[in-house]
Structure formats: structure tokens, C-alpha cells
Design a protein around this ligand. Structure first.
Ligand code: FCB
Length: 475
């Protein structure tokens, strides 16, 4: 038997969640409505009309959830603050009850020996801000900076890492271009404005956090970086198609944040839509703040080719042009079906994509520390007669991706930690409660939490810092 892979000392094993996906308590404790409350309550927007009104009832059961985190032996827990819980309208008055909720959670985590990793924005924008234009409105970026400052003042040095935004690609492109996420708009110019104001919000918030907490504050941004491969690597047209897709998928965020510039090709190809005058003088210095750690969310890969212009266009990424394309500036490309296996989301399972992504990031930004802030899989779990959830497929998914991450470490990539998505089954956005990503099962009728086999396996990984065999699951 080969020796199991061991990770470096101090490597952080954690798990992640997001406020709207787990909290519930939507109208309690002075919380204001967010765009996801509005969206999920709009008929036809989510599967089965599911909403986050109750979700995992974490708002009332957070102490039990912290116990699970502790018992899993995790070094860190990544959660998000619901902006409308701490500042119901997104500007103006803060809500002491909301702040107290997160303060209590943070204390309990520290007491349990778990580092709090906070995301300030995981998609639940206060509805009042959306009514004033949401992320398409520059004012939202300033409002976000004020909110970030207040959180830094309130939670202070208790927070291990401050992540400003989760996956701004989704906020801007799924929220304002394809419309499958809140607020559900389908306008490409609005989406481009949103991209910039999210990047600006990130930079402004980093400055505020550092201003309050000094240079010892660790700041980060989490991106869902897309791994996009050419169908035919020897075809110039396909390679060019990859570049176009990559610029709106990755470059629109990595560029302003890490290089201080938007991709020239993206600006050029969208010049018929906008002159980009929403990027004001000095903005790109603000977006380009040094980051202590770049958060990477990874699930699967994509394959594209240049669309020949006739015949049915393949769109295996799931978007429909008739409903609005998120691939702004990349109009003539096709997304091809990737080979399986697939998760219950229909996403292809390709651990090698994670290694490739980390190596390419390391090549472009050799001094940038990285952290896997999300990785995991939805499967159709079943409770067995023995009362357990033998989620072998999820165990294998986690195992293989952790191995893939290890291979990147072997090649010198500086990755500081890994967070499994997700701690609990939860509200999977437009898919509602139908898709289960948790390593802990949630029975939505009783709110009972049950460790799946993947939780047992992950506990062993977190507590030994070496990768258990897939069969190594406590009886
Ligand atoms: C990511 C989101 C997270 C979760 C996973 C499956 O895009 O950040 O909230 O929905 O996908």
C-alpha cells in the first residue's frame, strides 16, 4: 500500500457555507429583505418555488452547528454575513441584533478553536440598494465599503481572514446578464457596470479593513475561476474562442484586482455596447490592492470552440441566448458537452482541472498565496437502512480533488488551505433544496443533522493532515 499524502504543517482544513443558503430567520432579528428574498419569492425563479425563509434554520441552531464544526476537527469555518441582517437597508442604520448574532458566532468558533473566515458578500444584497440600481450603481460600492468598515470595527481582530466578495462573476453575470440569479436582469451593459462596481467595492473594502485593523488584517477575494479548454488545441480559432471566454470569465476580475487593468480584448469587443466610462480615473488603483490570499472556488471544467455560424449552437454551459448570455464579448463560441462522470448538477468531474488551474495561477502570479475556498459536489444522497448516508461518490470527489491539490503543492504552488463546500445541505440558489452539497445531511422536515460518510472521511483528513483512503470511514 502506498503511503498516504501528507499536507504541510499549518495547512488549513475547513468547510464553507453562505448566509442566505443556511440561516433562515429571514424576517427575524431586524433583518431586511435581500435580492434573494425577492427573487426566490418570485414565481418560476427557483425549483419548486423554494426560498431561503427557513433553510437550515441556522439562525436558531448555530450553536449546534458550531459543535459539528468542532467535532469535525476543522481548523477554520468560512461563513458569510448577511448584509441586510446587520444593515437592513444597506445604508444608514446598522442593526445591533444582527451584529450581535455574528459576534456570538465568531466567539463560539474561537472558543471551539476554529478560525473564522468571513465573506462579507455572498450574494444577498439589501433589496433597497437594488431598488436604486444595485451593483450597476456606483453608490453600491461605497455603501459596501462603509458596511465593510463597520464589520471590521465590530468583529475586529477576531476574524482570521476577511473575504470581500464571493464569486463576483456570478453576482454580475448570472444576476444581471443571464438572469438566472437575483436580481434576475438580462442586460449586458448593466452586467458590465456591475462587474466594475463589484471590483471597486472589493478594493474600497480592502482599504477600509486595513485602515481599521492595520496591516495584520488578512484580506481576500473569492473567485470562481473558470477552466476553459479549446476543443481542438491546434485550431487558432478555438484557442481564440478560449481567450474570449476567459476574458469575461476570469480576466474581468483577475485583471483589475491583480494587474490593475481590464483585458484590452474585452474592452475592444464590447465597444459597441459601452465605452466603459463607468471606469473612472483612479479606480484601477483602488481595485488593485495587494491580497493576502486569493480564494479559488473550483467545481468543474468547460470546453469551447469557435461557432461556425450555422446549425444549432451547442451551449452545454446551460445558458440560453434567448434569455441573456453571460458570455459578454464572446458571442461566437460554443460550449461543448464535457465527458463525464457528472455530479447531480450535471457538472463534469475533473480533478485534473484543479491542478491545472492552480498551476496556471501560479505561473501568472507566482507570489500570490492561494486558498481553495470551495470545492465539493451534489449527489442524490439516500439515507440507508442503517440510518447513514453512504455518499461514496462525494467521498471519492473530495478525495480526488484533495489529491489534485496536493499535486499542485508538489509543484510549488502556494496553497494555504481547502474548504469543502458545504458543511450542510442547503438552499442551492435556483435549484432550491433539490441539490445536496453537504457533508452533513439536513432533513428539512425536522432539521436533523446527520453526518454523511464524507463528513467522517473529512474529519479524518482534517485531524491527521493526511489523505485517508476512500474506504477509510468510521463504522
Ligand atoms: C458556488 C457558490 C456556492 C454554492 C456552490 C455550489 O458557485 O459560491 O454558494 O452554491 O457554488
Amino acid at each position: 500500500m502506498s503511503t498516504p499524502r501528507t499536507f504541510p504543517d499549518g495547512f488549513v482544513w475547513g468547510s464553507a457555507t453562505a448566509s442566505y443558503q443556511i440561516e433562515g430567520g429571514a424576517t427575524e432579528g431586524g433583518r431586511g429583505p435581500s435580492i434573494w428574498d425577492t427573487f426566490s419569492h418570485t414565481p418560476g425563479k427557483t425549483l419548486n418555488g423554494d426560498t431561503g425563509d427557513v433553510a437550515d434554520d441556522h439562525y436558531h441552531r448555530w450553536q449546534e452547528d458550531v459543535e459539528h464544526i468542532k467535532n469535525l476537527g476543522l481548523g477554520a469555518y468560512r461563513f458569510s454575513i448577511a448584509w441586510p441582517r446587520v444593515q437592513p437597508g444597506g445604508s444608514g442604520e446598522f442593526n445591533p441584533e444582527g451584529i450581535a448574532f455574528y459576534s456570538g458566532l465568531v466567539d463560539a468558533l474561537i472558543e471551539a478553536g476554529v478560525k473564522p473566515v468571513v465573506t462579507l458578500y455572498h450574494w444577498d444584497l439589501p433589496q433597497e440598494l437594488e431598488d436604486q440600481g444595485g451593483w450597476a450603481n456606483r453608490e453600491t460600492a461605497y455603501a459596501f465599503a462603509r458596511y465593510a468598515r463597520r464589520m471590521a470595527e465590530e468583529l475586529g481582530a477576531r476574524i482570521d481572514t476577511w473575504t470581500t466578495l464571493n464569486e463576483p462573476w456570478c453576482s454580475a453575470l448570472l444576476g444581471y446578464a443571464s438572469g438566472v440569479h437575483a436580481p434576475g436582469l438580462t442586460d449586458q451593459v448593466t452586467a458590465l457596470r456591475a462587474i466594475h462596481h463589484l471590483n471597486l467595492a472589493h478594493g474600497l473594502a480592502v482599504r477600509e479593513i486595513r485602515d481599521v485593523l492595520g496591516e495584520q488584517a488578512k484580506t481576500s477575494l473569492t473567485l470562481n475561476l473558470h477552466v476553459i479548454r479549446p476543443d481542438d488545441p491546434s485550431s487558432d480559432a478555438d484557442v481564440e474562442a478560449v481567450r474570449e471566454a476567459d476574458e469575461i470569465a476570469n480576466g474581468a476580475f483577475l485583471g483589475p484586482v491583480l494587474d490593475g487593468a481590464y483585458p484590452a480584448g474585452l474592452i475592444e469587443r464590447t465597444s459597441g455596447l459601452t465605452d466603459w466610462s463607468f471606469v473612472e480615473d483612479g479606480d484601477l488603483e483602488i481595485t488593485n490592492q495587494p491580497l493576502d490570499v486569493l480564494g479559488v472556488n473550483y467545481y468543474s471544467t468547460a470546453r469551447v470552440r469557435r461557432y461556425a455560424g450555422s446549425g444549432e449552437r451547442q451551449q452545454a454551459d446551460g445558458h440560453k441566448d434567448s434569455e441573456g448570455s453571460p458570455w459578454i464579448g464572446a458571442d461566437d463560441i460554443e460550449f461543448l458537452q464535457q465527458p463525464g462522470p457528472y455530479t447531480a448538477m450535471g457538472w463534469n468531474i475533473e480533478p485534473q482541472g484543479l491542478t491545472d488551474l492552480l498551476l496556471s495561477l501560479h505561473e501568472s502570479y507566482p507570489d500570490q498565496p492561494l486558498m481553495i475556498t470551495e470545492n465539493g459536489a451534489a449527489f442524490d444522497d439516500e439515507v440507508s437502512a442503517d440510518g447513514r448516508v453512504h455518499d461514496d461518490l462525494r467521498v471519492a470527489y473530495l478525495h480526488d480533488h484533495v489529491e489534485a491539490l496536493g499535486q499542485a503543492l508538489d509543484k510549488g504552488v502556494d496553497v494555504r488551505g481547502y474548504f469543502a463546500w458545504s458543511l450542510l445541505d442547503n438552499f442551492e440558489w435556483a435549484y432550491g433544496y433539490d441539490r445536496r452539497f453537504g457533508i452533513i445531511r439536513v432533513d428539512y422536515d425536522t432539521q436533523l443533522r446527520t453526518w454523511k460518510d464524507s463528513a467522517h472521511w473529512y474529519r479524518k483528513l482534517a485531524t491527521t493532515n493526511s489523505v485517508p483512503a476512500v474506504t477509510d470511514i468510521e463504522a
